[in-house]
Ligand binder design. Sequence first.
Ligand code: PFF
Length: 447
Amino acid sequence: MSLQEQKLSVKGERFSSSGFILAAIGSSVGLGNMWKFPYITGQYGGAAFFLIFIVCLIAVGLPVLLAELAIGRSGRGSAASSFVKAGGGKIWERLGLIQIIAPSMILSFYVIVAGWTLHYAILAFSGRLFVNEDFAGQFGSLVSGPMVIVWQAVAMLITVWVVIRGISGGIEKFNKVLIPGLVVLLIVLMVRAVTLPGAGAGVSFFLNPDFSKLTTESALVALGHAFFSLSLGMGILITYGSYVDKRQSLGTATLAIGAGDLIYALIAGLIIFPTTFSFGIDPAQGPSLVFIALPAAFSAMPLGGLFGGLFFILLAIAALTSAVSILEVPVAYAKERWNWSRSRSVWTMALLCFILGIPSALSLGMVPALTFGGKAFFDWMDFIASNILLPLGGLLTTLFAGYFWKKAADAAGLTAAWFRVWLFMLRYVAPVLMLLVLLYSAGFIKF
Ligand code: PFF
């Protein structure tokens, strides 16, 4: 350990107040908002789905978000040990390991998609994206060729480059530069999208609810996505919470992070839906929407190379500010558990996640044997982490904070009335709904 690292580990690394909120928004705003949210909103009926997403975000997402931050700040440990250090029994640390394993799995495939966005940004700016109009073919040849691993490595190396610099010198600085940049890009692209001919139909699909389209299934998908989008159930906000100053109001931070995520989802929708409707593209076509359908739209609009390039840069920034938060979870664990230096923890964990990601990258076309049980290895990783471990991790935090944590009131720092609301949500609303999401996502209940 270097001298500076020794000093930091005695004092503990800390975010500044605004740096923490920006970093948490950077974590929540990611591929989930820009890549997953538009296509599931497309598939599950547009505005009515968006409305349910907002309700889930406020009623369940925010209470769990506050619980994660409070556990992290009170325990000041990793996503596993914070439960014990905050006053829980030893068993919670073992259960907390889920929140170390799950983000490592997520990171392994998340950087693959982050790599695609970097590749697409370069293709769009250089105009090569538009040389032939076969966008499905281009995407297919990227994901089934060796370049996919090169881009995976590039995205992981950028993540390492940030996380190795620590909390205030790396993660905080990175977000302080990129999040304002993200806002500028979002606004430019939104203005472009809503002024396209025929954009109004897309805006109304996104913002005029048709409740006849709402089903129990869409409500559960919306809740699962509120979790994914806020980066909950993955130890991320426990880990970030462990670096928060004790004077910071966690209630205010929770509201700011929730609002940031929601506004971003809103603007993302106002970019994607007007664009897809204006060019007659079906928004319900699934994960390929932003990589196959949108390039077709960009190629047909004036200055499409510029707008397409900006769009993919936006996606890359959103992905990388999330990837750094995901890597910090196993890194904080390794530093604490084995007393490793930050750089050793970062390199080891990043390498492990990279290796774990290789079968996912190969499963998308290069090695057909990596598709089994009807899913590619990539989709299995996403399914196990996002659909099973994530709701399980969220359930754990909720039960701990709602029923077993004697210091909850002190740690959350809410007024008495808000504390009662928070506890009610944690005890009676969040666990029931999360159990339903878990059973639904794991395939035990069907509609
Ligand atoms: N919240 C981010 C997103 O929506 O893309 C990143 C993320 C973190 C996703 C953790 C999923 C997750 F489990």
